[in-house]
Design a protein around this ligand. Structure first.
Ligand SMILES: [Zn+2]
Ligand SMILES: [Zn+2]
Length: 132
């Protein structure tokens, strides 16, 4: 069974997940926009039994923002990290994965909350590195 690893920016917290996943969800709700400071959060929904911490399980700061909404960040670098969202699933910020996933974005949710700039304009430029 495939095992994939992920980590925060400073490497204090590392985890692994087992098995294949259906795809990445991108949530554009107003809460995800605010806590990310961006156009939403790309997450993987991982069954709890397939997730485990390798290091730094206790090295996070959790913010309970709503009864059903919390975020956890590394206490050193502030990277968002997997949250135990309910008794069955871990919500895992997809950008913290270090290994290839093999599937792409399959769901965009709460699109009604997108800001008006969140679309691909004409003549969008894509750069392999910083545009400079
Ligand atoms: Zn960190
Ligand atoms: Zn959201």
């Amino acid at each position: 069974m495939a095992t994939r690893r992920g980590s925060c920016l400073c490497g204090s917290r590392t985890y692994e997940i087992e098995g294949e996943l259906d795809g990445v969800w991108v949530c554009h709700c107003s809460l995800c926009r605010k806590v990310s400071g961006s156009n939403g959060i790309a997450i993987l929904i991982v069954p709890r039994a397939r997730f485990r911490w390798l290091a730094g399980a206790d090295h996070g700061i959790s913010y309970e923002l709503r009864p059903t909404y919390s975020v956890t960040r590394c206490a050193t670098c502030g990277s968002p990290l997997p949250v135990e969202e309910d008794e069955n699933n871990i919500y895992l910020p997809a950008g913290t994965l270090d290994d290839p996933l093999g599937v792409g974005i399959t769901q965009h949710i709460f699109c009604g909350s997108k800001p008006d700039w969140d679309f691909e304009a004409e003549n969008v430029q894509h750069h392999g590195e910083h545009a400079g």
